[in-house]
Design a binder for this molecule. Structure first.
Ligand SMILES: [Zn+2]
Length: 343
């Protein structure tokens, strides 16, 4: 998804950097003192069965498809919830309009099967979208004062914690400029307020070092879908360039092999994060929050001084954040914070 409108607003950059925001009236200083969830939230449900010692790679992880005992067993093994995000948007003549959410859902399901956790149904509806047929634009492209997505996802996160999840991964397959900022910013703020790790990121941030800098229905997204959901792609519908509503490298160069390589990079990192995040101690959680806050603060600052919200990461092409996904999975948070200073 690419920018069209002038960036019309900014959040106070300090709002996510200094622990100053309280979500839902909770005192962040109080709750940040402990990595454990606030006392008024229920603990993870006890399982009647012993947690599995090894994860069945083919097991069902889609929350809506599970019965109570299956949910309890999965949460006892790994209390991480994935929330895929996307929207309904034109993705060229060769891709389905639900691509963003379908892509994110596939990636989350594969990561949960490998590393643990459960996957909530994908949320369709986001910030921005190409001005093309069949696109539902729920909020303006560069709007970072979200009045629809932000409260909905915040409530989803609070509900996940109330249900006993102890880590949440918000994976957005839609790259509306405001969408990326809102998802990361709310994850930082809710991590601080609820004292559990919440990661909010577009999936391509985890594959920058594999050569994917995010595109729209072009080589990257089309390759990913050729691997993740082959029946959804029909390159014979594409025709000759220029391809309407496609942004990035020519999708005729997309291959299933490229999609597998990108997907594997993303899934491996998500799986590692899903298995480890619920076990992070308080210092690790604080280091994670500080790094993610530094990143989104930098994005907000650059977006506010540029012509649109994408200004904050135009220099991804220079490789400034290439190591983000690896560093995140390896929990080298100080290194991430250092990278953001170069943005
Ligand atoms: Zn897309």
């Amino acid at each position: 998804m690419f920018p069209r409108r002038h960036f019309i607003g900014q959040l106070a950059a300090a709002s996510v950097g200094g622990g100053a925001i309280a979500a839902g009236g909770r005192n962040p200083e109080k709750s940040a003192k402990s990595a454990r969830p606030p006392a008024n939230l229920p603990q993870p449900p006890a399982s009647n069965n012993s947690p599995p010692t090894t994860l069945d790679p083919q097991r069902e992880v889609r929350l809506e498809r599970l019965r109570p005992r299956e949910i309890e067993q999965a949460m006892a093994a790994c209390p991480t919830l994935f929330q895929p995000l996307g929207t309904i948007e034109w993705h060229g003549l060769h891709n389905i309009v639900g691509l963003d959410a379908v892509k994110a859902h596939h990636l989350c399901v594969a990561a949960a099967r490998r590393g643990g956790g459960l996957v909530a149904p994908p949320l369709y509806g986001g910030i921005g979208g190409l001005n093309q047929p069949h696109t539902f634009v729920m909020e303006p492209e560069n709007e970072v004062y979200s009045i629809l997505l932000r409260p909905w996802v915040e409530k989803l996160v609070r509900e996940a914690v109330r249900q006993g999840f102890r880590a949440v991964i918000l994976l957005t397959g839609h790259y509306g400029a405001g969408q990326q900022i809102v998802v990361r910013e709310l994850a930082v703020r809710m991590s601080r307020a609820l004292a559990i790790p919440i990661l909010g990121t577009p999936e391509y941030f985890l594959a920058l070092d594999a050569g994917y800098l995010g595109d729209h229905a072009a080589w990257g997204e089309t390759s990913l879908m050729m691997h993740l959901d082959p029946d959804s792609v029909d390159l014979s519908r594409l025709g000759e360039p220029p391809h309407r509503g496609v942004g990035g490298r020519d999708p005729r160069e997309a291959t299933r092999a490229d999609g597998e390589k990108l997907a594997e990079t993303i899934i491996a990192r998500l799986a590692q994060l899903a298995s480890r995040m619920p076990k992070w101690d308080e210092p690790t959680l604080r280091r994670f929050i500080d790094a993610e806050a530094a990143l989104v603060n930098r994005q907000l600052t650059l977006a506010a001084t540029g012509t649109n919200a994408w200004e904050g990461w135009r220099n991804l092409r220079k490789g400034v954040l290439s190591d983000y996904g690896r560093l995140l999975a390896e929990e080298q948070f100080e290194a991430i914070a250092a990278l953001t200073a170069k943005m």
